[in-house]
Design a protein around this ligand. Structure first.
Ligand code: NAP
Ligand code: F7E
Length: 350
């Protein structure tokens, strides 16, 4: 019998980490996740996957640690000896990165280098995935692809540029199988509540239920290419199954404004957004990224990956789930809704 592959995921408690853990467990992997010690439980997105570690069927194991602690990364990697490492951990909120630039640089930027260095020091021949971001393109106009120059517009974007280059450098300097997935915005019912899409879809559900009457927002003109996170996890995995390490953009190729997303979400629930949405300058950023629209043709050609959920369909999925979540209360977790991907079965490549 062949041994199950082992994956180590940082950021497993986040939106993407939860979908990736689900995907890898479905493929028979043994999954190890890094979690931060907190005074309250922070594992809501993966509780449905957890089996007590005393159970012989357990294949998901959680380890305390933090990307600010390089020694801990070395210890964990030498104990787990994973075949694949997915670095998804980050202070990932762009607006917050203006308030906490040093912390963002330390975790989102230097954290990646600590993990790469831990891989190098332990001498593991594992494959490494870096969660790079379309925020690196910043002010460079769309469409953006793997050749587009970076022009970050926030401490978060600048930290991701550092992590991108250090990943590329470890590939070139040490021959590591290290890749950058340059992912455009991807959302889901598991999205953090302060990102704009989820803020909107939660508000729609609460307004519909009579629990909220106003929604305060910032810049409605920004254009984003919003895809569905569950299928982006599939793209991350495919990057690590490729014959050679390379960098890939994942995106839908469709850009819409925040205003369009408001319209799609409110109208799906039979509401007129203009009656509820108010402006609050608190949500503006010192420097904004005006437009991100990705060109993922390289991923389609080389990995056979293509987004199937467009931003307006995503808005409807998220509104439906937020309405269900209000009805079901604590512990609600969505089932991925995918039209084109057989999520838990073996996928054909290319
Ligand atoms: P998310 O929901 O904010 O999750 C971030 C994860 O990182 C959480 O598990 C968080 O733990 C963990 N984390 C934060 N700081 C840490 C630290 N110092 N040490 C260890 N763990 C830490 O983010 P996401 O949307 O899933 O995104 C996953 C990754 O892709 C991030 O690196 C993000 O920057 C990047 N990305 C996201 C998008 C997108 O549109 N979603 C697009 C491009 C790139 P807690 O649960 O304890 O907070
Ligand atoms: O903002 C505007 C805001 O915070 C989107 C992260 O996952 O994607 C994400 O970063 C747009 C911006 O995401 C509000 O000004 C208006 O133009 O949902 P967001 P983001 O900044 O695009 C990238 C690819 C990542 O890598 C990041 O990790 O919406 N906006 N009004 C607002 N944004 C928020 N959050 N709240 C508002 O009230």
């Amino acid at each position: 019998m062949t041994q199950a592959k082992k994956a180590f995921i940082t950021g497993i408690t986040g939106q993407d980490g939860s979908y990736l853990a689900e995907l890898l467990l479905g493929k028979g992997y043994e999954v190890h996740g890094l979690i931060r010690r907190a005074s309250t439980f922070n594992t809501a997105r993966i509780d449905h996957l957890y089996v007590d570690s005393h159970n012989p069927d357990a294949r998901l194991f959680l380890h305390y640690g933090d990307l600010s602690d390089g020694a801990r990364m070395v210890t964990l990697l030498s104990e787990i000896r994973p075949d694949e490492v997915y670095n998804l951990a980050a202070q990932s909120h762009v607006r917050v990165s203006f308030d906490e630039p040093e912390h963002t640089g330390d975790t989102t930027g230097v954290g990646a280098m600590r993990l790469l260095e831990a891989v190098r020091l332990t001498g593991l021949h594992c494959r490494y995935y870096q969660a790079s971001s379309s925020e690196m393109f910043g002010a460079t106009p769309p469409p953006q692809n793997e050749e587009t120059p970076f022009y970050p517009r926030s401490p978060y974007g600048a930290a991701k540029v550092y992590a991108y280059w250090v990943t590329k450098n470890y590939r070139e300097a040490y021959g590591m199988f290290a890749v950058n997935g340059i992912l455009f915005n991807h959302e889901s019912p598991r999205r953090g509540e302060t990102f704009v899409t989820r803020k909107i879809t939660r508000a729609v559900a609460r307004i519909k239920a009579g629990r909220q009457s106003e929604l305060y927002m910032g810049n409605l003109d920004a254009i984003r290419d919003w895809g569905y996170a569950a299928e982006y996890a599939e793209g991350m995995w495919r990057m690590l199954q490729a014959d050679a390490p390379d960098d890939f953009v994942l995106a839908t190729g469709i850009g819409i404004t925040v205003r369009d997303f408001l319209e799609a979400s409110f109208s799906h629930a039979g509401l007129d957004w203009q009656k509820y949405v108010k402006f609050d300058p608190r949500y503006l950023r010192p420097t904004e990224v005006d437009a991100l629209i990705g060109d993922a043709s390289k991923a389609e050609e080389k990995l056979g990956w293509k987004a199937t959920v467009a931003p307006d369909e995503l808005a409807r999925i998220m509104v439906d789930c937020d309405i269900e979540a209000l009805e079901h209360g604590d512990g609600y977790i969505d089932q991925p809704r995918l039209s084109g991907w057989p999520l838990h079965s073996e996928l054909r490549r290319g």
